[in-house]
Design a protein around this ligand. Structure first.
Ligand SMILES: NC(=O)c1ccc[n+]([C@@H]2O[C@H](COP(=O)([O-])OP(=O)(O)OC[C@H]3O[C@@H](n4cnc5c(N)ncnc54)[C@H](O)[C@@H]3O)[C@@H](O)[C@H]2O)c1
Ligand SMILES: O=C(O)C[C@H](O)C(=O)O
Length: 311
């Protein structure tokens, strides 16, 4: 019996629950929110799609009662405020750090063996905060994963598919670094169209445009929607949760604690990791070029500066 708790039943949390249920990735999904009755309402609405969609996952709701989340295999944290047009993710730290600290402490207390997936923004700093809480509780660093790279890489593939006029399903590509408008690093050099470098099919200017559009992917949607996105974030969360529960050993760039890897220590930032049972199993060293290394260092410096706001 696989149990997943999603904290925050807002746009992203409820979409993640929806995708997880429709794909029957877990037997049980518990949605928890602080707003009275809200998670229960979302769970009931989603359960009424069960006979229409043909899934047998059970979704229940909880108003801040963590006992209902006990013994979860995976905890997904989406609670917190989203940005509005014109804002950066970093501006959310004041409110979201307090929320993430509370929910992570409460959730891990009743599910100490869970893998915890952090989504709330600014995600890299929220993951670092969670790592610190988990460490104090004696929880292995491999059980703490920040979700950002899965989403950013799907946006990269979307933009490459669009620019090349081909199916994004045939495109492979990763985004590493921080999950910020200026800290993301789409690895254009390593992106392929079914194994063939994309640079064979797209000129340098167009590739640079793809890179820039990918980096501001979240901001573009926030400008259009008035709040940040949820469909691709929800599906990206499911990709990570599925890889953990099915022990898929997929390479998914994710925000994890580095202890010397990629030349960085005491920071959580996006790098390619193998995801499976128990969380992230291994960091993959892709051997960055000098230019990519410099971009990674700048990205880490920006994330580190953001982390200072925690103390
Ligand atoms: N990492 C990523 O790739 C990514 C992608 C999309 C969104 N996000 C972030 O996810 C977060 C949620 O976005 P959203 O669009 O779902 O926002 P939302 O406002 O729709 O939902 C957030 C929910 O959190 C709940 N909440 C607040 N405090 C809580 C607490 N203490 N305990 C339990 N629930 C609490 C709210 O009641 C609300 O229902 C934002 O911070 C957003 O920036 C991250
Ligand atoms: O852009 C945001 O603020 C939300 C999220 O991080 C995203 O990339 O969609």
């Amino acid at each position: 019996m696989m149990k997943v708790t999603v904290i925050g039943a807002g746009a992203v949390g409820s979409t993640a629950a929806d995708v997880i249920a429709r794909r029957e990735v877990a037997d049980e999904v518990v949605l928890l929110d602080i707003k009275e009755g809200y998670a229960e309402g979302k769970a009931m609405d989603l359960m009424q799609t069960s006979s229409l969609e043909g899934f047998d996952t059970t979704i229940t709701g909880s108003t801040n009662d963590y006992e209902k989340t006990a013994k979860s295999d995976v905890i997904v944290v989406t609670s917190g405020i989203p940005r509005k047009p014109g804002m950066t993710r970093e501006e959310l730290i004041g409110i979201n750090a307090g929320i993430v600290r509370t929910v992570v402490t409460n959730a891990l207390a009743v599910s100490p063996k869970a893998v915890i997936v952090i989504v709330s923004n600014p995600m890299d700093t929220m993951t670092y905060l969670t790592y610190q809480i988990a460490k104090e509780m004696g929880i292995n660093k491999k059980r703490v994963i920040g979700m950002g790279g899965a989403l950013d890489s799907s946006r990269f593939r979307y933009r490459l598919g669009e620019a090349m006029g081909v199916s994004q399903n045939d495109i492979s590509g990763m985004v590493i670094g921080g999950h910020g408008d200026t800290t993301m690093i789409p690895l254009t050099r390593l992106a392929t169209w079914n194994g063939i470098p994309v640079s064979r099919f797209i000129n340098a200017d167009s590739l640079e445009e793809v890179k820039q559009k990918t980096m501001v992917g979240g901001a573009t949607l926030t400008g259009l929607l008035g709040t940040s996105a949820w469909y691709a974030p929800g599906a990206a969360i499911c990709q990570v949760v599925e890889a953990i529960l099915r022990d898929e050993k997929k390479i998914i760039p994710s925000c994890v604690y580095l202890n010397g890897e990629y030349g960085q220590k005491d920071i959580c930032i996006g790098v390619p990791v193998v995801i499976g049972k128990g969380g992230w199993q291994k960091i993959i060293n892709v051997r960055l070029s000098n230019e990519e290394k410099a971009a990674f260092e700048a990205s880490a410096a920006a994330v580190r500066k953001m982390n200072e706001a925690l103390s």
